[in-house]
Design a binder for this molecule. Sequence first.
Ligand SMILES: C=CC1=C(C)c2cc3[nH]c(cc4nc(cc5[nH]c(cc1n2)c(C)c5CCC(=O)O)C(CCC(=O)O)=C4C)c(C)c3C=C
Ligand SMILES: [Fe+2]
Length: 439
Amino acid sequence: MSSPRKRTSEPADRASGSPDGVDAPAGRGSTGVDVSRRRFVGVASAAGAGGLVVGATGGAVAFAGESGDDGGPAMTRLGATVVPFHGKHQAGITTPAQAKAVFLAWDLEPGADRAAVAALMRRWSDTAARLTTGQSAPGDDQVAADAGACSLTVTFGFGAGLFDKLGLAARRPAALKPLPPFPDDALDPARSDGDLFVQVCADDGLVGFGAVRALQKSAKGVARIRWQMNGFARSPGATAKPMTHRNLMGQIDGSNNPKQSDPKFDEKVFVGAGAEQSWLVGGSYVVFRRIRMLLDSWDGIDKAHQERVIGRSKDTGAPLTGGGEHSAADFGKRGPDGELVITANAHMRVAAPEFNRGATMLRRGYSYHDGFGTDGAPDAGLLFVAWQHDPDDGFVPIQRKLARGDALSPFLRHEASAIFVVPPGCAPGGYVGQSLLEG
Ligand SMILES: C=CC1=C(C)c2cc3[nH]c(cc4nc(cc5[nH]c(cc1n2)c(C)c5CCC(=O)O)C(CCC(=O)O)=C4C)c(C)c3C=C
Ligand SMILES: [Fe+2]
């Protein structure tokens, strides 16, 4: 019989965050202690029990308490990490991507009125506030018992249909309109759109499931699930050093996301004070696309070709014009053959803000894999999730250009699509959407 596995390094903590899918720095130590004898830290509340608290903007604000509940060494601080639910903006937008995500769209039940939806949003917000601090929800079946908050975030959005059904058409922001059709879209209506949107992210699958189940139970009679999609990303600590995530094509994806240190970051991602609908200030818009990767075709081209498709090195993520992952691309640079090094149809050139009148979005997608088709091809790809202050200054112009024929498009198929307006965050005692539903 083999001896028990030993861990030589600690999983990473979310000690400091980045919005662009970069793992938080690892809190590493080489302990060699038998995993089975180590314990998770359970955190009852961020303030009271000494968890690692990550601000809604992703930065660590406090940490205390590293021992297990029997006084022994904690196996990891990952479970103890709390991302506050309350704040100016909802959590789960700038939060560094957790390892697991569940996306759900709901349709209102016939007859569900504004009061019923307001009560639902209050129940959902209260549940999210409890679960995201590692507390249990009413009627909890202990699925997440023993675990801490595990960086759980719950993010809510509203679809255009909700405004019409609740008699709120006058308060629907003009930017919440159907996305235009794009060439080669192959959208499944049953897996697109919806009245309500929920994104649940966590570093633990059971914690995520527990949250989804609690939300689903408390929605009964008011809303029913229209579609659900499950995604995954790198687990914190999986790489030896913090890295931008890779997608299922093997590319480093997220390098040139806007950074929170950019002076225009908030302006580009969140709805500003001059908004046409005052209830939405501090909110955002999320565009969701299920994009299947035609991985067998992708595997059929060599690495140099794959790099030209994006315009970046597959190994390092650096632009093909040189430097490191975060170096600026030299879009004018030509090779010895006189050709552009980053070709005219390279994905990064076609999508870059400088060629799209500054259009920008915060990409926070997740990989998915739903098995293999009868032809053996993987049903896998990217749950593309983009946050922006206005889809007409973000996703729409960029996708319009990409769909006209960037070099990546032949390897993709857009299979589902949705757009939601995302209310601002709420304060303790309030609930998400209150300024719309009670305004
Ligand atoms: C409409 C917007 C975009 C869609 C849809 C999209 C799909 C998509 N992208 C990749 C892989 C990569 N994209 C990268 C960069 C990048 N992509 C978009 C927009 C969309 N991508 C933007 C705005 C950018 C940044 C461009 C820039 O300013 O440089 C990259 C390079 C690394 C990075 O910066 O993230 C990769 C890799 C896939 C696989 C995909 C659909 C499945
Ligand atoms: Fe992209």
